[in-house]
Design a protein around this ligand. Structure first.
Ligand code: 5RP
Length: 261
């Protein structure tokens, strides 16, 4: 691996502890004006100082994010299907490498829908992006998206994550599940977990804690942070769990609640 690739990865996954808190705000590429992302300046700008990286689309990056930010960008580069369709798996690469470089991306993200009817398309798209990523020293983050009909269990997620890593992804994002250690153990590259739909703060801190305990390199989390009643408290609490290994209950009481007072 060349210096550029290693250096970009080190900006995302902190070399001090091998952990990361990625803030994901790319939902609009298929969900439109997602709750909490209607006004990026109001809801997301105050969180940027607490995230290790920011995952988003080029449209939001160009129009809403101050170019002076000191935070690595993970550029969403797949899409093509909206939430209005039953099957979300029909995605292609939607950003050229030229534009990713122009936007100073530290990594490029795309979804692969293993087991879906567009499985091959996703895996081939990933391999094309990996070829280009190595050409220019930009890591590729594969998002193992789960179709509505697919179980989020260790058997399926291990398969999806391993296929993404075998195809060349440098980081793989997936969901937390029971027996999560099996997913991580068989994946040769760092695994990060999504937060999923908004749920209780305590549950999410528990999820982050357990994910890291069972081998995850951290989280790539969106809705459970920016849809929280107290997003700053929540991202600080997630950091305390991921980087500080604070127990979830302590992070909830001493960080999340304290910030709300
Ligand atoms: C969409 C994504 C999102 O970034 C991802 O799901 C993370 O956000 P959340 O924590 O809200 O699930 O990759 O495909």
């Amino acid at each position: 691996m060349d210096f550029g690739m290693k250096n970009r990865l080190a900006r995302i996954i902190k070399p001090e502890d091998g952990k990361t808190v990625m803030l994901a705000i790319d939902h609009g590429y298929f969900m439109g004006p997602t709750g909490g992302l209607e006004n990026i300046n109001r809801s997301i700008t105050p969180l940027l100082g607490y995230a290790d990286s920011l995952m988003l689309t080029r449209g939001i990056l160009r129009s809403q994010i101050d170019a002076g930010i000191d935070i690595p960008v993970i550029l969403r580069a797949s899409g093509g299907t909206s939430i209005l369709k039953d099957d979300l798996s029909d995605e292609d690469i939607t950003v050229s490498m030229d534009d990713a470089i122009r936007l100073n991306a530290s990594a490029i993200a795309l979804s692969v829908f293993v087991g879906s009817k567009n499985e091959k398309q996703g895996i081939v798209n990933l391999s094309r992006l990996v070829d280009k990523g190595y050409k220019y020293g930009i890591p590729i983050l594969a998002v193992t998206a789960v179709g509505r009909e697919m179980a989020r269990d260790a058997r399926y997620l291990s398969l999806a994550v391993r296929i993404a890593a075998e195809t060349g992804a440098n980081i793989v994002k997936t969901y937390y599940c029971e027996d999560f250690e099996k997913v991580v153990e068989t994946c040769p590259v760092p695994v990060v977990v999504a937060g999923g739909k908004k749920t209780g703060e305590r549950e999410v801190l528990e999820l982050a804690y357990n994910a890291v305990k069972h081998g995850a390199a951290g989280v790539d989390m969106g809705r459970n942070i920016f849809q929280s009643e107290n997003p700053i408290g929540m991202i600080k609490a997630v950091r305390a769990v991921v980087h500080g290994r604070l127990a979830p209950e302590d992070a909830y009481n001493a960080v999340y609640k304290k910030e709300s007072d």
